[in-house]
Design a binder for this molecule. Sequence first.
Ligand code: GAR
Length: 197
Amino acid sequence: MTARVGILISGGGSNMVTLVRSMTGTHPARPCVVVSNNPEAGGLIRARDMGLPAVAVDHRAYGKDRAAFEAALAEALAPFEADILCLAGFMRVLTAGFVGDWRGRMLNIHPSLLPKYRGLDTHARAIEAGDTQAGCTVHEVTPALDDGPILGQARVPVLPGDTAETLAARVLQAEHRLYPAVLRRFAAGDRRPVLLG
Ligand code: GAR
């Protein structure tokens, strides 16, 4: 059975693009929809250019009511009958209720070697700590932020003179290798972690 993959974004969507492009041929999954909480997200246009339905659910319309935002998100997703949800640069924290509805079926990519540097500003924190290696992690989403079983990691060096920007660019390239590799394995029912770099 071919798994249907919904992708949630907030910004440019470069990870979303690499995921969508990877799902061809013998890949066990196909993309079905891209949803953004930010109507201005460049990724929405990129998704439509690739022939995918792309929907915005603006979180600002719901103020502090996370449950109402998530109900709208669930409603937007429902017609596309996704089996797997990939968070790809999706910058909203999801409640335990939404996460529970997708338990074991929702993945996230985070730009650090978890469990290091949950949350924001991961690259600046890695440089500040004097780390010689950085990287990214794909994990199953559980209610705790940037937690959950690790499905893959890719490592890159931190080079002398790196800024948060130069390191972020290097890590992003690793993200583009890692996420498609993890999704392919996960969609085939294999939860063994993918370790790159
Ligand atoms: C990526 O670096 C991703 O790891 C990060 O946002 C960027 C999105 O880029 N995600 C997080 O920080 C989640 N907490 P993209 O829109 O080009 O894929």
